[in-house]
Design a protein around this ligand. Structure first.
Ligand code: F6P
Length: 327
């Protein structure tokens, strides 16, 4: 531990993710362990600009490890994308004598944190929290495992109806720019096909798979559709395929925000505890601009700019696995 830091602040920003509260708990308790004062900023960057800064004590984070969402609230902020907004935020941090920040969120949060650091010099450590698992520099993000389990449970339920009625279901899961959640949901729930943002798919290809399934007397099918897939809106995909492959009675189900809430899984609580705690020690160790992630079960730091500019590749092996197991 080289730096003598006495005051830090923590905030959550962007979409909430299960495990954010567990990470906040780890930040506050690790700071207390090292005798650092910790302040919570309510409402993400909006709260930072408006001065919503409150001291947090270890008991303020009691009984939250099991709770979904974020007790510090979160927001997506347009104002913070402006230089004036960031100046206002930096002035608030200076007023409260904040010497380091811990930012919990995803791509948008870290882009903002990176610029804030570059313009105003404040050290920032990012803790990756998003159900999308789309951040470069970490094998997993906090919230992904819980969202995956929620989506799989939902697909299992839909499977009962699909099988009983011999239906084709298009099930939409979140992921505007990333298909991780969709791909893992497809493999874990035994879906016939998955439509991803990362893989160009044509109607002909999907129709071919469904026709072949029907020929094999597969009477029901489940297709997992990532929100940001390359074909378009789930309802429209379902309509188009109904006209191309007449064999199935078709339905659409959108899991939507159901998969963002809920109590975090054990794996997410553990990841959140590790990354939240390491974010504080990273500041003490002199890291000034990094995301703390997990790489082969070891803690790894990636500069925020690199984490947000690089695309996390989807696994080709897993895409192949989904195809093989759907036969
Ligand atoms: O970034 C997480 C995410 O859940 C995406 O998968 C999804 O597209 C988006 O958030 C939805 O955001 P909002 O709740 O703001 O509509």
């Amino acid at each position: 531990m080289s730096r003598n830091i006495k005051r830090i602040a923590v905030y959550t920003s962007g979409g909430d993710a299960p495990g954010m509260n567990a990470a906040l708990r780890a930040v506050v308790r690790t700071a207390a362990y090292h005798e650092i004062e910790v302040f919570g900023i309510t409402g993400g960057y909006e709260g930072m600009m408006d001065g919503h800064v409150t001291k947090l004590e270890t008991r303020d984070v009691g009984n939250i490890i099991q709770r979904g969402g974020t007790f510090l609230k979160t927001a997506r902020s347009e104002r913070f994308t402006t230089e004036d907004g960031r100046k206002q935020a930096a002035a608030i941090l200076k007023k409260h004598k904040i010497e380091g920040l811990v930012a919990l969120g995803g791509n948008g949060t870290f882009t903002g944190a990176d610029i804030l650091h570059k313009e105003h010099g404040i050290p920032v450590i990012g803790v990756p929290c998003t159900i999308d698992n789309d951040l470069y520099g970490t094998d997993y993000t906090i919230g992904f495992d819980t969202a995956l389990n929620t989506a799989v449970e939902a697909v299992d339920r839909i499977r009962d109806t699909a099988e009983s009625h011999d239906r084709l279901f298009f099930i939409e899961v979140m992921g505007r720019n990333s298909g991780y959640l969709a791909l893992h949901t497809a493999i874990a729930s035994g879906a016939t096909l998955v439509l991803l943002p990362e893989k160009e798919t044509t109607y002909d290809e999907v129709a071919k798979v469904l026709t072949a399934s029907a020929k094999r007397k597969k009477l029901f099918s489940l297709i997992i559709v990532a929100e940001g897939n390359t074909l378009g809106k789930t309802e429209e995909i379902a309509l188009e395929l109904k006209t191309r492959v007449g064999a199935y009675d078709t339905r659409v189900a959108v899991i939507g925000h159901l998969q963002r809430g809920g109590s975090p899984s054990g794996a997410d609580r553990l990841l959140a505890s590790r990354l939240g705690s390491n974010a504080v020690t990273a500041l003490l160790d002199g890291h000034k601009n990094a995301m703390v992630g997990i790489d082969n079960n070891l803690i790894k730091y990636t500069p925020l700019g690199i984490a947000v500019r690089n695309q996390k590749e989807i696994s080709l092996d897993e895409m192949r696995l989904a195809e093989i197991l759907a036969l």
